[in-house]
Design a protein around this ligand. Structure first.
Ligand SMILES: [Zn+2]
Length: 278
């Protein structure tokens, strides 16, 4: 995967702006699709090896009808995805190369990497019971390292700032398992909406257990809307999710963005003017 290709693909989807810069210096894009106040935020590729979520959403959004405005962050963990798909060739700094090689157990195959380029797992780096997760670890690794502090990573900081737009609905895309996780802490609001979405794509709806510090967790703690994590793809396939299965994923999810946008609009109405965006 190439950064320039990503930019080219998303340029045709809507108006692109940038919400921050990664450790390797890539600007993190946000695409605003449609006119007016966005009713939902969609985030893909939080975990490096799960970049099929970016490919899936780029496809789905290319045929989105655009009646309801939505914001889309196609690849939050750009550095990680580039590492997982290109290996160490994307890293210029020799010290960083050595460090990554060590973290990866001496292997040049980074295809199973989940973390960012610092060995921090972005989806346990949010300020939501940070460090209390069952699988959390406290040293850099391909996955599960919480970082030295909540929101220590540039990617985490960037998306936390975007969330200040107070979206009625936030959907974070991961892979895999055909599961939808919703809510966190005291916010299990909007069950019927979460169920409606899960039924639409034919996935199981469940609360997450033992998992904290994620994007959906942070959003659900801090805001009143519906926060969901969507695990796309069947568990019988291994990581990284095979591209040969893309067509099946697209079929399964066709119409689901329209549904999320519609739900975001309706949830926004429940809160009236409290939902304002910059
Ligand atoms: Zn994930």
């Amino acid at each position: 995967m190439k950064y320039e290709t990503l930019l080219k693909e998303i340029n045709s989807l809507g108006k692109v702006s940038f919400i921050g810069t990664t450790t390797l210096g890539y600007k993190i894009p946000l695409v605003r699709i449609g006119q007016g106040q966005p009713k939902a935020l969609i985030v893909a590729s939080v975990h490096a090896r799960e970049y099929i979520t970016t490919i899936l959403l780029n496809n789905l959004l290319a045929s989105y009808r655009k009646k309801i405005a939505i914001d889309y962050v196609p690849m939050l963990n750009i550095d990680g995805v580039l590492l997982a798909t290109n290996g160490l060739s994307i890293v210029k700094d020799d010290c960083l190369k050595d460090k990554l090689l060590k973290l990866n157990g001496g292997s040049y195959d980074f295809s199973l990497w989940k973390a960012d380029i610092n060995g921090v797992d972005i989806n346990v780096n949010f300020d939501a019971d940070w460090g209390k997760g069952a699988q959390n670890i406290t040293y850099p690794a391909p996955e599960n390292f919480i970082g030295n502090a909540p929101e220590s990573q540039l990617e985490t900081k960037s998306i936390v700032k975007v969330l200040e737009n107070n979206y009625p609905l936030v959907a974070a895309y991961h892979s895999k398992g055909e599961v939808v996780y919703w809510g966190y802490g005291d916010n299990y609001n909007h069950y019927l909406y979460a169920k409606k979405y899960a039924d639409f794509v034919g996935y199981e709806l469940t609360k997450s257990h033992g998992s904290v510090g994620g994007l959906k967790d942070y959003y659900a703690l801090k805001y009143q809307g519906l926060g969901i994590t969507i695990e796309v793809g069947e568990d019988r396939f291994s990581h990284p999710y095979p591209l040969s299965e893309l067509d099946n994923l697209i079929k399964k999810h066709t119409g689901s963005i329209e549904l999320l946008a519609q739900m975001g609009e309706e949830i926004g109405h429940l809160y009236g003017e409290s939902y304002t965006t910059s």
